[in-house]
Design a protein around this ligand. Structure first.
Ligand code: DSN
Length: 434
C-alpha cells in the first residue's frame, strides 16, 4: 500500500469510527483500543493476519442486509441478482487459485467446513483417521467434546517421537498406514494447526487408496502458501480440501471447501446448506472474493515467500539463543519453540504472558509428546504471516529473536519487559498497518 492510500484509508476509518462514537461510544472506544493494540504490537499468532482495507470493506457494508439461502441461480429469496454474481466470482476465483473444479464459499468457519464435509462423506458413527490431536491437530479432527469426536469415531496416527530418529517430530507415515489398514476409516484427514513441516499429500493418498478411504486435506494454516506455490498442493491427491480464509490466505474470517469431483461437490453443497447452515454471510463472501483476487496477483507469491523466509530466519535466530525448535526448524509459516531447553521451569503459559507485556503477541502451545497440560504447555507457537504483512524482513527476525530471548531469560522482569516494549513500539511505527 502506498503512503497516500494508507493515509486515505486512515482518514476513512477515523470518520467511520467518529460516526459510531456518536451512536455508541462504548463500542467505538473499544474498537479504537483494539486498533491501537494491533498498530503497536507484533502479532506472532500463526493463525492470524492483517487484511487489506479492500478485504475489510465489504464486511462493513450493506451486503450484510441480505438473506440468500441456496446457491447462485437457485435461491430461496428474491433480490439475489448481485449476490449471485458475487458468489459466482468468489467460487471461480477460489477454483483458479487452487486448481480445483468446484468451490463452496459459504462455510462460516473452518470447523463448519469440516462439519459439512464429515456429513457429506460419512454417516454418524463412521471411523476417520487424523493426527494425535495434542501433537498438532485441530479440535474438529476428533476432539471428544467436538461434533467430530461426539458423532464420529476418530482413530489417530502419530508423529515420530524418538529423538534419535531422522524424522523426529515429523509425521510417521508408516504408522499412519498401519493405523488405517487396521481400522479401515471412511476418511483420512491430513492438515494441521501446529505442524511446521511439509505434508506429503501423495503419500497420504496412497494410504487412503490402500485402505479404501477418501482423503480430506484441511489446509487452513497453509492455504496461502499453497495458493502461492510455496507449499505443495493437496490437488490432485486429496478428494476434498477444506480451509479457513483468514490465516495465511489473508482474507476475511471464514471457511471454504474445494473438490474436483462433481458427485462429491453435490453432496458437499447439500451438507453446507441446508445440512449445517442457513443463510450465508454474503458480506463475508464478497470479502472472500476480494481476498482471492488479491491472492491471484504476483505480489501475493512474493509475500508468501517472505513469510517462509522470515519463519526460517526467526527459527534459526532462536536456536542461536539456545531454544530448541521442534523437528529442528520449519518449512512453512510457523514454528514450535520447546522452552524447556532454556529453563526447566519455563512454561508456555508464563512465556505467553511475559511476551504479551512486551508487545509480542503469541500463544502457548503443546509440543509433541508434551508432559504438561494444554493450559500450561512446554511450548510456544510462533508464526510470521501477520508481521510479514506489515513489512518485517529476515534481519528484523534476528532482532525479534533477541527481544524474545531477553524477556524470557529475565523471566518477564519489569526492566527487560519495559525496554523491549519500547523497542517493539518503535519497530511497529516503522512498519505501520494499512
Ligand atoms: N484456532 C486456530 C489456530 O490458532 O490454529 C485453528 O483453527
Amino acid at each position: 500500500m502506498t503512503h497516500d492510500s494508507r493515509h486515505a484509508h486512515d482518514g476513512l476509518a477515523d470518520a467511520l469510527l467518529d460516526l459510531l462514537r456518536a451512536h455508541d461510544p462504548e463500542i467505538a472506544g473499544l474498537m479504537q483500543n483494539e486498533r491501537d493494540r494491533q498498530q503497536t504490537t507484533l502479532e506472532l499468532i500463526a493463525s492470524e493476519n492483517h487484511v487489506s482495507p479492500a478485504v475489510m470493506h465489504p464486511m462493513g457494508s450493506w451486503l450484510t442486509n441480505k438473506y440468500a439461502e441456496g446457491y447462485p441461480g437457485a435461491r430461496y429469496y428474491g433480490g439475489c441478482v448481485f449476490h449471485d454474481q458475487i458468489e459466482t466470482i468468489a467460487r471461480d476465483r477460489a477454483n483458479q487459485l487452487f486448481g480445483s473444479r468446484f468451490a463452496n464459499v459459504q462455510p462460516h468457519s473452518g470447523a463448519q467446513a469440516n462439519m459439512a464435509v464429515f456429513m457429506a462423506l460419512m454417516a454418524p458413527g463412521d471411523t476417520f483417521a487424523s493426527l494425535v490431536l495434542k501433537d498438532g491437530g485441530h479440535l474438529s479432527h476428533g476432539m471428544k467434546i467436538n461434533f467430530s469426536g461426539a458423532y464420529f469415531k476418530p482413530v489417530h496416527y502419530p508423529l515420530h517421537y524418538t529423538p534419535t530418529h531422522a524424522e523426529f517430530e515429523r509425521i510417521d507415515y508408516d504408522a499412519a498406514r498401519k493405523v488405517c489398514m487396521e481400522t479401515r476409516p471412511k476418511v483420512v484427514m491430513c492438515g494441521y494447526s501446529a505442524y511446521p513441516r511439509v505434508i506429503d499429500f501423495a503419500r497420504f493418498r496412497a494410504i487412503a487408496d490402500e485402505c479404501g478411504a477418501l482423503l480430506v486435506a484441511d489446509i487452513a494454516h497453509i492455504a496461502g502458501l499453497v495458493a502461492a506455490g510455496v507449499h505443495p498442493s493437496p490437488f490432485p491427491h486429496a478428494h476434498v480440501v477444506t480451509t479457513t480464509t483468514h490465516k495465511t490466505l489473508r482474507g476475511p474470517r471464514g471457511g471454504l471447501i474445494l473438490t474436483s469431483d462433481e458427485e462429491l461437490a453435490k453432496k458437499i453443497d447439500k451438507a453446507v446448506f441446508p445440512g449445517v447452515q442457513g443463510g450465508p454471510l454474503m458480506h463475508v463472501i464478497a470479502s472472500k472474493a476480494v481476498a482471492f483476487g488479491e491472492a491471484l496477483r504476483p505480489e501475493f507469491k512474493a509475500y508468501q515467500q517472505q513469510v517462509v523466509a522470515n519463519a526460517r530466519s526467526l527459527a534459526a535466530a532462536l536456536i542461536k539463543h539456545g531454544f530448541r525448535i521442534t523437528s529442528g526448524g520449519t518449512d512453512n509459516h510457523l514454528m514450535l519453540v520447546d522452552l524447556r531447553t532454556k529453563s526447566d521451569s519455563l512454561t508456555g503459559a508464563d512465556a505467553e504472558k511475559w511476551l504479551e507485556a512486551a508487545g509480542i503477541v503469541c500463544n502457548k502451545n503443546g509440543i509433541p509428546d508434551d508432559p504438561r497440560p494444554p493450559r500450561v504447555t512446554s511450548g510456544l507457537r510462533l508464526g510470521t504471516p501477520a508481521i510479514t504483512t506489515r513489512g518485517l524482513n529476515t534481519a528484523d527476525m534476528v532482532t525479534l529473536a533477541a527481544w524474545i530471548d531477553r524477556v524470557l531469560s529475565a523471566s518477564g522482569a519489569e526492566n527487560a519487559t519495559t525496554q523491549v516494549r519500547a523497542q517493539v513500539k518503535s519497530m511497529c511505527e516503522r512498519y505501520p498497518l494499512a
